[in-house]
Design a protein around this ligand. Structure first.
Ligand code: ADP
Length: 270
């Protein structure tokens, strides 16, 4: 098989042991491809806002005496600048998440607090479109993890649910505990996701509807960040959806056991 190159080395140690070192070059080649694709995607995504900033700057000069035009161009420059800031921020977040297999220093995190913080961050956006946010919290569930990363993940799911909801739609967020797992579910009554695209929405820069996503300021990275964060927490993210009816995204993460993983450090002295 031309795609599979196994470098195998064997050495005889004494008379009884044979040491075999095998390295799978297929995996490193695949990772190289993933990296190259990511960089190509990034360049493509950055070109649009950078091009727009250049054009707006050019248009500003001849319009310098026209206060109305200047204000219009300045507002559009601000929009493009914040788009660039969001895009670069998310690219950095995603690269960090992809580089780490696991979390460095997991801490005990209260899941209801994570969800409450993510909901708070989305209230203004929900009010702007008349979407109501409904939270069934108080699960008492805890996980070992990184609170800030988990807030970003849940925030992304709620932000999407609002973006793809009809005006005055309802977004429900629930936390439950099932068989040693904590489940966070975000349900909307929005446009839904066609079956063929359901797995692909977690890919970097994938959007079901390019124009719609861009118009709403979407980067196509939100769900990829969710997927990697949840994986780093030893969990998984899934989606159920009916086109025209709505979608439910669920995050499942192993629940923290009652006992801490490490013995508490005894307090000595004052
Ligand atoms: P974006 O910034 O485009 O929202 P995401 O990675 O968060 O990027 O989502 C990828 C794509 O998945 C979106 O462009 C959209 O087409 C689809 N999507 C995500 N969440 C929902 C949802 N709740 N309802 C319908 N489509 C969704």
């Amino acid at each position: 098989d031309a795609t599979l190159h196994l470098g195998v080395r064997a050495a005889r140690l004494g008379t009884r042991y044979v040491l075999v070192l095998a390295q799978d070059h297929t995996e490193s080649r695949r990772l190289d491809e993933v990296r190259r694709d990511f960089i190509a995607n990034i360049s493509h995504e950055l070109k649009t806002p950078i091009g727009a900033v250049g054009l707006l700057a050019e248009a500003l000069e001849p319009a310098a005496d026209d206060a109305v035009q200047v204000r219009k161009f300045a507002a559009r420059l601000r929009t493009e600048a914040s788009r660039l800031a969001r895009l670069t921020g998310e690219i950095i977040d995603l690269s960090r998440l992809q580089a780490a297999d696991a979390l460095h220093q997991p801490e005990l995190v209260t899941v209801d607090q994570v969800v409450a913080a993510a909901l708070d961050q989305n209230r203004v956006a929900a009010e702007a479109t008349g979407v109501s946010l409904v939270f069934a919290g108080d699960s008492g569930a805890r996980v070992y993890g990184d609170e800030a990363l988990l807030v970003v993940a849940v925030h992304n799911l709620i932000a999407n649910a609002i973006t793809y909801s009809p005006p005055r739609g309802r977004v429900g967020v629930g936390v439950s505990r099932k068989g040693g797992l904590v489940e966070i579910a975000v349900t909307d009554q929005g446009v839904g996701i066609p079956e063929d695209d359901r797995d692909r929405v977690f890919e970097r820069f994938f959007r079901v509807d390019q124009a719609r996503s861009r118009n709403t300021g979407g980067t196509g990275l939100g769900l990829s960040i969710v997927k990697h964060t949840v994986q780093n927490h030893g969990g998984e993210v899934k989606v159920w959806s009916l086109v025209g009816k709505g979608s439910t995204f669920t995050i499942r993460i192993p629940e923290a056991s009652e006992k801490p993983l490490t013995a508490p450090i005894p307090v000595t002295g004052a």
